[in-house]
Structure formats: structure tokens, C-alpha cells
Design a protein around this ligand. Structure first.
Ligand SMILES: Cc1cc2nc3c(=O)[nH]c(=O)nc-3n(C[C@H](O)[C@H](O)[C@H](O)COP(=O)(O)OP(=O)(O)OC[C@H]3O[C@@H](n4cnc5c(N)ncnc54)[C@H](O)[C@@H]3O)c2cc1C
Length: 832
């Protein structure tokens, strides 16, 4: 049944009446656009749904025009639990979404908590004229429209789930983590209090259901970042559709909204596929999946795929059984409560409430049926275009999301890379950016040298999403695979083979690595951070099978971290022939003595292995004196002296350590590749590894651009927005040019690395290494400038991104060294 909102109101119920004159005076003073001298003011009440009474206000001025309509929503009269009917929370969420998001909600004007106006708090919002579909089967609607209406519903839900609560002012709107676990306990308590001795019968299957749910809470529920805004009652009859177009213009009834696990909203919204919740004595109560879908309504996988595509959420096959069973459990508990109130003579639904006792048991049975089904969803989403009205629409939307305008050029990544890129962007938006402030908080506290628990949880999520070790070049992965699997020894990686990356070239990785570079916290979550990637690369390329099994496997799994100790305080280490650290063979061991500094990552409590560069033979040829050796960080004689600061940042918990080695004895087998081969290894390590820095710097600059533009659009200086000042526009445009040029150079370097190898590509690699940090510094500098004093503070990520970028003009080999390489090659060319 379709109803226009204008047909849903009637006279105000006697028990809900209030004096209209004070309300009129209040509205004139507080509601934008409200006629100042109304000639007529009519109040009527909406009859559909809502436990918070809702009223239509129609007001006309003396001109005799069509009049204006507003909606008032208030607390019910009488004594209420303090947390119930929280009108102020509804107002807060509607205001935040209306002002800062594209979620379709009615505009709210004012919140009044003065009980002298109409007796209870209330708020006033815009009236939306449109269609409400009372039944999920959409009777009387044409099949093509049904399809479009479901598609629009999925998009509306996705739009509210995409909201970044931290940027719209809703960061304290609820506790985020362990939402399902808390909800199961809450609804179990509610059920227990509505049933049992002297009350309606308690269904033992409901108690077993609570136990099953507690034992099957999905892992992501404990993660703060897998959560967001939850509507709490997202049903099709809480949506207003445009009067003639099949699109949602308003999401209503935010009474139960909070922060939490958004899959609960999705599952609740999908209940019509599993159960027909009707207050009727006569079944069947089965949903579309059992009794058949009305023509045009998409299948459940199609509907979910539409939602996932629009929201960027992963395909939920894994926890889906839990979420559906939980929704049914919650419904059963609510119905049991209504039924109990009916038996006491005070249920609001009148005689129809007597059927809720039966319906509670129907939902419990449905939950068990779902749990006992072999599978509820296919492992993969169906081809979503089958439910798109215009297939092209999806292609264009995907394309726009995946190819920001800057990438519509010659280098177009493959579908595989595009898919990884889509996932990565969503992961960054859903998990990394919302957690950055948490990471910073810990890193500035007394517990700075410990790991935030969220980090390990996010690593697990990243693994599950296939966003793990993507940096591993094809050739290195092939070598490790051969060494660890192909010799018939099953003690290798076994089922962990997928830890050898996604099979990407350096060029392909370039498109992904830059996205991780947008946050200094991101790379390690995907096991793609320095110095681990460079160290794993060394082990992949040069490690023996034993070395790989002992150190590479746990590094690939993300169980341990590593450091690279080459630089020494007392010698110019940009020229590694200067290093003094000694590695001397004694029988079956090597003895190491020396002092290193800037050993990044050595402060991390998970750091277990150091690759140390030193001299094994000072009498050998200049570039054959050096070797690299594996040193367990817990070996006696290894001493972490202090963390060093980068412009005041200690980069905790990762850190850059000064480390001394005093008579450190390690097994001779720990030598990498052999004595005198340190330079050879350094060249292999520093090729791709250092290009990763360049890729990340592109991302850091992109983040700077984004933050800079946001600020310029919000900050008014000397009478106009910064974005309206010509000087800013000119700087902005130059930054974009700079960034695009550098991105192309970095991608070209990655491509040449793939096609010609380290040695042949060294010229363009050197160019990228000079260009990328310098470009990022210029862009970040403008972004800082646009923020005024806030830019140099820790209020934004800009100062940290800038400090990190500045180190890379040195840490990645000083600019002068790379410029020397480029110039030398130029001169060599002209001599040919
Ligand atoms: C944040 C950070 C992290 C780091 N992480 C690590 C790590 O994990 N492991 C590690 O071993 N090291 C690390 N380093 C150290 C880094 O690799 C060295 O700082 C770098 O190699 C330069 O060595 P140096 O500091 O001894 O400078 P020096 O070699 O003393 O050089 C000083 C300056 O001399 C000039 N110069 C050098 N060569 C030339 C030339 N050919 N022509 C003209 N001028 C020249 C340049 O201006 C250069 O900046 C890190 C450094 C930083 C800042």
C-alpha cells in the first residue's frame, strides 16, 4: 500500500493535545521562514508508527497563498524513563546529517526543551511531501518500480552508513565497540523481564538463542572502527520517497539511532526476506526467500550487493547468519515486551497487541531456521549490474570513484588493481582516518611505546580483505614460493601462501601504495610499512630457506617487526663505505661491535630482528668490505640507548633508535648472502623499497590537497572565503600541477623498475626520489599556510606529514646523492 504523507494525518488525539497559542508564538520566533503574522494555524497529528507523537503544523499568512507546512515531534506526555524518547538525540543526528552530509533527512529548525510551551520537549522540522510504502512487498507497485525502490532503499542506507561521524560532530553519539555483544545482553534482559513466573510463558529456545548469539559475535564487532552511525529502525515504511520519482527524500524515525555495528541495520532492513512480520492470526510468516519474491524485488544477494557497492562495505557472507539471527532475536524480545504490557492492560497497539506473543515465537523459530541453514549467502556477491536500472550508471560511478580525474591518462590500471584500490579507499575511510586521533592519543601518552589494540585488530581485518603484503613484487614472491613450497617440504608457509602478496608489479602497487601514504599510520596496518618491507625484500631475495622460515614467515604474517641498522653517528653514512661497525668471524659465530642510530622501528615492542650492516674485512676492495647480518634484537650486547626525535616527533611506538652493539655474538649462518656482499644487497633493498616512499609521498600530498581545500572552503578571511582569494587559487592550481607531474614520474619509475630492473632504472628512480619529497613538502607547506597557526600545530595531520616528508630528503639518501646519479648518467649519455 502506498500512501502520500499528506494522507497520514488526522485530528490530534485527546491524550496528546496541547495549547496551540504558545507554540505559535515560539514558532514565529524560532523557525526560519515561518510567517510573522499568520492568519491561520492548524495542528493535526500523524497516525503512522512512531512512539514519539508527531504533528503537522499548517500555517497561512494573510496573503491567502498556499501556506507552509512543518512537522513537530515531541516526547509523549507522562513520566518516562530518562533515556527513552530522546527527542534531543533525534534533533542532534538530524541536524548533523542535514548540515554536513548527503543523507536524505528533513531539515530541522529548532529544539525546545522548555516544558512551558507544549508540556514536553519537542523539535520542529521541514515537512516532506512524498510517498510512504507501508508494506515491504510493495503491493500495487509496478515491477520496474519495485526494483528501483529497493535499489533506492539500499542507497539511502548506504548513504547514512558512509557518514564519517568524527567529522559531522557525532563522534560521541554512542559507544562504538562491542555493539552486538551489548545488544544481545540488553535484549536478553528485556526478554527475561517480560516473561517467566506470573508473566507470559518463557520460550526456552529464546534462551538458547541468546547463548548461540553470544558465542558467534563476529570479530569486527569488537573493533571500534568497524562501526559507525546506526539508524536502529531502518525499514521501508520509515522512508519518504519522492512523489513520482523512485528515490528517497527523507529517512524518518531516528529514535533508536546511535553508534554501533552497522551490519545490524542492514540485517534488520533485510528481514522481509526471512520473515513476514504481520500482526495476524494466520500464517504463513515466511519471508520472500521462502514464500517467493514479488516480481521486480531483487533477490537478497542482489540487494546486498547494491548496498555493498554503494557503501563500500565488504560482502558480509561471513557474519550474515549472526546478524539475521540477532535481528530476529531483538524483534522477538520487543514483541515479548509488547505482549507482556498487553497482558497487563497497557499496550499501545490495542487488541492487535495480543498477537505479538505469537509473533515473538515465530521470530524465535525463524532465527533457529536461519542458523540451521547450510548457507544464507553465496561467498561472492552477484554481478551487481543485473539490478542496476542502467548498467552504465554503475560503470560510471565506479569509474569516477576509482579514477579521480588525475588518473584518466595513459596509465590505466587493470580491473584487479581497480578492485584492490576500491577496497583500500574504503578501508582507509572506514577504519584508518577514524582511528588516527586514537593512535595519536596513545602515542603522546605515557604508554607511547605500546601498541594500540586497534592496530592488531585492523591488521586482521586487512588480511581478511586481501589487503595484505601487496608490496611484494612478483619475482620475489616467486623465489620465496619456490624455496618454501616446491621442494616437497610441507613445513613452509602451507596455507599461508597468500601472504606472499597479491601478485602485483611495482607499477600496479604504485596505485595502491599512494593511498596508504595518506596516513602515516596506514602502511603498517597492511604490512606494507618501512622498514619491514625493505627487510622482507632482503629476506625474500637473499635469505636462505632457514632464514626465511625463522624470520621472513613471522614478518609476512605481521607477527613481528624489524629494523635496518646501517647509519652510524660518527661517520657520513650517506656513503656507506664509511661505516665502522665490525662483524668479525669467530668459529661458528660472528662478533659484532659498533654504534648505530636512526634504526627505525627498533623501539617497537614487536621488533624482533635487525638487519645490521658492518664490515667483515677492512682489507677487501672498497665495496666488498661490507656485509649484512641478521641479529635477534634480544641477543646479549644489543642495547637500545634512546629514541631520536624528528622535529620533536618521536614517532612512537615505532621510533628511531640509537643502538649499541657490544660483543654481540650471532650464529655464522645469520650472514646474508655471504661476506662482502652488503652493497649488493643494499642495492636490491633500496630500489623498490625506496620507491615506496615516493608513492606514499604522492598520497601524503593528496591528503594535504584535500585538507587544504576543505579549510579554504570553510575559513573566511578579510571578507571572503580563502577559496575565493586569487592567491590561494593560484597556489592550489600549481600544487595540482606539481603533484600530477610527480605522480607520473613515480609511476614511470615503477614501470621501468618492472621492465628493466634496478640497475637500468636507476636514473629515473633517482629522479623520483628527489622529486617526490620536494613536491610533497611544497604542497604540505601551502596546506599548512592555509591553516595559519593551526597548520603548524598538532590539530591536523599536516605537521606530522610535513615532518615525515622532510626526513625523506635525507633518510632516503640525501638529494645530493640522487642528483649526482642523475647528472652522472646524463654526462655518460653525451659521451656515447
Ligand atoms: C627519520 C629517519 C629515519 C631513518 N631510518 C633509518 C633506518 O631505519 N636505518 C638506517 O640505517 N638509517 C636510517 N636513517 C638514516 C639515513 O639513512 C641517513 O641519515 C642518511 O643516509 C644520511 O646519512 P647521514 O645522516 O650520516 O648524513 P651525511 O652522510 O653526513 O650527509 C650529510 C649531508 O651531506 C651532504 N652530502 C652527502 N652526500 C653528498 C654528495 N655526494 N654531494 C654533495 N653533498 C652531499 C648532504 O647535504 C647530506 O644531507 C634515517 C634517518 C631519518 C632522518
Amino acid at each position: 500500500m502506498t500512501t502520500m504523507t499528506s494522507n497520514l494525518h488526522s485530528r490530534v488525539a485527546a491524550s496528546h493535545g496541547f495549547e496551540e497559542a504558545p507554540l505559535l508564538r515560539y514558532a514565529i520566533a524560532n523557525v526560519e521562514g515561518f510567517p510573522r503574522s499568520p492568519s491561520r494555524f492548524v495542528v493535526s497529528q500523524f497516525g503512522h508508527g512512531q512512539s514519539n507523537p508527531t504533528f503537522l503544523l499548517e500555517v497561512h499568512d494573510a496573503s491567502g497563498g498556499p501556506g507552509k507546512r512543518y512537522v513537530l515531534r515531541k516526547k509523549p506526555p507522562g513520566v518516562l524513563l530518562q533515556s527513552a524518547h530522546a527527542i534531543d538525540r533525534e534533533f542532534q543526528v538530524l541536524k548533523a546529517l542535514g548540515d554536513h552530509s548527503d543523507v536524505p533527512v528533513p531539515k530541522v529548525f529548532c529544539l525546545c526543551d522548555d516544558p512551558n510551551i507544549i508540556g514536553t520537549p519537542f523539535y520542529i522540522m521541514d515537512y516532506l511531501e512524498g510517498r510512504i510504502f507501508m508494506e515491504s512487498k510493495l503491493p500495487g507497485v509496478a515491477p520496474e518500480s519495485r526494483k528501483a525502490i529497493y535499489q533506492a532503499t539500499a542507497k539511502a542506507l548506504a548513504s547514512l552508513h558512509r557518514v564519517n561521524v568524527d567529522t559531522v560532530g557525532l563522534e560521541r553519539f554512542g559507544r562504538r565497540e562491542n555493539y552486538c555483544r551489548r545488544q544481545v545482553q540488553r535484549w536478553e534482559r528485556q526478554y527475561l523481564s517480560s516473561t517467566g513466573e506470573g508473566k507470559p510463558d518463557r520460550n526456552p529456545k529464546m534462551l538458547e538463542l541468546a547463548i548461540w548469539l553470544k558465542n558467534h559475535v563476529p570479530i569486527e564487532d569488537s573493533s571500534r572502527t568497524a562501526t559507525g552511525l546506526v539508524h536502529g529502525d531502518f525499514r521501508i515504511d520509515n522512508l519518504i520517497f519522492h512523489p513520482i520519482e523512485d528515490r528517497v527524500i527523507g529517512i524518518l524515525d531516528w529514535e533508536l539511532s546511535t553508534l554501533g555495528n552497522q551490519m545490524c541495520d542492514v540485517a534488520y532492513n533485510c528481514l522481509p526476506y526471512f520473515v513476514d512480520i504481520k500482526l495476524s492470526e494466520v500464517g504463513p510468516y515466511g519471508g520472500f526467500e521462502l514464500t517467493g519474491r514479488p516480481e521486480g524485488i531483487p533477490s537478497l544477494p542482489e540487494y546486498l550487493a547494491e548496498y555493498c557497492l554503494a557503501s563500500g562495505k565488504p560482502w558480509p557472507a561471513e557474519g550474515w547468519k549472526f546478524y539475521i539471527a540477532f535481528s530476529l532475536f531483538r524483534g522477538a524480545s520487543i514483541f515479548a515486551g509488547v505482549y507482556h504490557r498487553w497482558t497487563m492492560g497497557n499496550a499501545s497497539g490495542g487488541e492487535r497487541a495480543q498477537l505479538t506473543g505469537k509473533l515473538a515465537n515465530v521470530l524465535i523459530d525463524s532465527a533457529w531456521m536461519v542458523i540451521n541453514m547450510e548457507s544464507l549467502l553465496p561467498n561472492q556477491p552477484p554481478f551487481v549490474h543485473t539490478i542496476a536500472k542502467h548498467p552504465q550508471e554503475h560503470l560510471e560511478r565506479d569509474h569516477a570513484k576509482l579514477y579521480p580525474t588525475e588518473q584518466l591518462g595513459k596509465s590505466v590500471p587493470s580491473q584487479k588493481v581497480l578492485e584492490l584500490k576500491r577496497k583500500l579507499i574504503n578501508f582507509m575511510e572506514n577504519h584508518i582516518y577514524p582511528t588516527e586521533s586514537e593512535f595519536y592519543k596513545l602515542a603522546q601518552s605515557n604508554l607511547r611505546w605500546t601498541i594500540h589494540p586497534e592496530e592488531e585488530k585492523l591488521k586482521e581485518l586487512a588480511k581478511r580483505e586481501g589487503l595484505w603484503n601487496m608490496w611484494i613484487p612478483l619475482d620475489s614472491a616467486a623465489r620465496a614460493r619456490k624455496l618454501l613450497f616446491d621442494d616437497g617440504d610441507s613445513s613452509g608457509l602451507g596455507e599461508k601462501e597468500n601472504f606472499l602478496g597479491a601478485g602485483l608489479t611495482n607499477l600496479e602497487y604504485g596505485y595502491l601504495c599512494e593511498i596508504m601514504g595518506r596516513s602515516v599510520w596506514a602502511p603498517q596496518i597492511f604490512n606494507c610499512g618501512a622498514p619491514d618491507t625493505g627487510n622482507m625484500e632482503v629476506l625474500l631475495r637473499y635469505g636462505t630457506k632457514e632464514q626465511q622460515q625463522e624470520w621472513l614467515v613471522p614478518l609476512l604474517e605481521g607477527k613481528i617487526r624489524s629494523g635496518f641498522a646501517m647509519t652510524e653517528p660518527h661517520v657520513a653514512s650517506s656513503d656507506a663505505t664509511n661505516i665502522k661497525c665490525s662483524i668479525i668471524r669467530h668459529g661458528d659465530s660472528y662478533i659484532i661491535n659498533g654504534k648505530k642510530w636512526w634504526t627505525s622501528g627498533a623501539m617497537d615492542p614487536r621488533c624482533k630482528i635487525l638487519i645490521v650492516m658492518g664490515k667483515t674485512n677492512i682489507n677487501a676492495a672498497k665495496h666488498k668490505q661490507q656485509s649484512m647480518i641478521l641479529v635477534d634484537i634480544n641477543t646479549p650486547g644489543v642495547r637500545i640507548i634512546r629514541p631520536l626525535l624528528v622535529f620533536g616527533f618521536d614517532d612512537a611506538p615505532h621510533g628511531h633508535a640509537e643502538v649499541s652493539f657490544e660483543n654481540v655474538r650471532v650464529p655464522a649462518d645469520n650472514i646474508l648472502l655471504g661476506e662482502g656482499r652488503g652493497f649488493e644487497i643494499a642495492q636490491g633493498r633500496l630500489g623498490p623499497g625506496r620507491l615506496h616512499h615516493c608513492m606514499r609521498l604522492i598520497g601524503a600530498a593528496e591528503r594535504g590537497m584535500q585538507i587544504m581545500v576543505n579549510r579554504a572552503l570553510k575559513r573566511r578571511v578579510f571578507g571572503k572565503m580563502i577559496a575565493e582569494h586569487g592567491s590561494f587559487l593560484s597556489d592550489l592550481a600549481k600544487c595540482r600541477i606539481d603533484l600530477e607531474q610527480t605522480r607520473l614520474l613515480v609511476l614511470e619509475a615503477a614501470d621501468q623498475l618492472d621492465r628493466h630492473g634496478n640497475k637500468q632504472a636507476r636514473g629515473i628512480l633517482a629522479m623520483a626520489k628527489v622529486a617526490a619529497p620536494n613536491m610533497a613538502l611544497r604542497v604540505l607547506d601551502i596546506a599548512i599556510q592555509v591553516h595559519g597557526a593551526a597548520g603548524v600545530s598538532a590539530e591536523t595531520v599536516l605537521s606530522h606529514l610535513w615532518a615525515t616528508a622532510r626526513t625523506l630528503r635525507i633518510a632516503d639518501g640525501p638529494d645530493e646523492v640522487h642528483l649526482g646519479t642523475i647528472a652522472k648518467l646524463e654526462i655518460q649519455k653525451s659521451k656515447l
